[in-house]
Design a protein around this ligand. Structure first.
Ligand code: GDP
Length: 139
């Protein structure tokens, strides 16, 4: 059993597709172990994306991530890190496979609707960034 962090980014919340994204998880055998809606401060967004701090898009990305509320979730299931990445599609929606969340709903490379951890180590850091053990519910 594996866990990963998923975020519905401000553009996804704004588009009213929270339910659509969650439905894709649930219909693909993924369980939600924790969930909440929050509005990040700039410094909280910078902390979350610290690995990207040298990238040219860091300031724009952290501005975008603070532009409205987000939904953060812990997903649980077998192989859920890669399963979620597959459902999300490529970072740039133009390269994403048909039927993926980003292909259907993203509007540019930055406003790409969802985040998903890319490896077990990043999943552990990202889950711990938003949730404590008491907030996680294996079912
Ligand atoms: P992910 O794992 O698919 O989310 O992609 P990355 O970890 O490479 O990048 C993190 C996030 O930064 C992406 O989801 C985008 O929102 C944003 N991003 C990535 N590449 C670019 C870029 O070239 N320009 C801009 N403006 N944003 C980017």
């Amino acid at each position: 059993m594996e866990r990963t962090l998923s975020i519905i980014k401000p553009d996804g919340v704004e588009k009213n597709i929270i339910g659509e994204v969650i439905k894709r998880f649930e219909t693909n055998g993924i369980k939600i172990a924790a969930m909440k809606m929050i509005h990040l401060s700039k410094s909280q967004a910078q902390g979350f994306y610290a690995v990207h701090k040298e990238r040219p898009f860091f300031d724009s990305l952290t501005d975008f991530m603070t532009s409205g509320p987000i939904v953060v979730m812990v997903l649980e299931g077998e192989d859920v890190i890669s399963k979620n990445r597959k459902l999300m599609g490529a970072t740039n929606f133009k390269d994403a496979e048909e039927g993926t969340i980003r292909k259907e709903y993203a509007t540019d490379i930055e406003k790409n609707v969802v985040h998903g951890s890319d490896a077990p180590e990043t999943a552990a850091f990202e889950i711990g960034y938003f949730f404590n053990d008491l907030e996680l519910h294996s079912r």
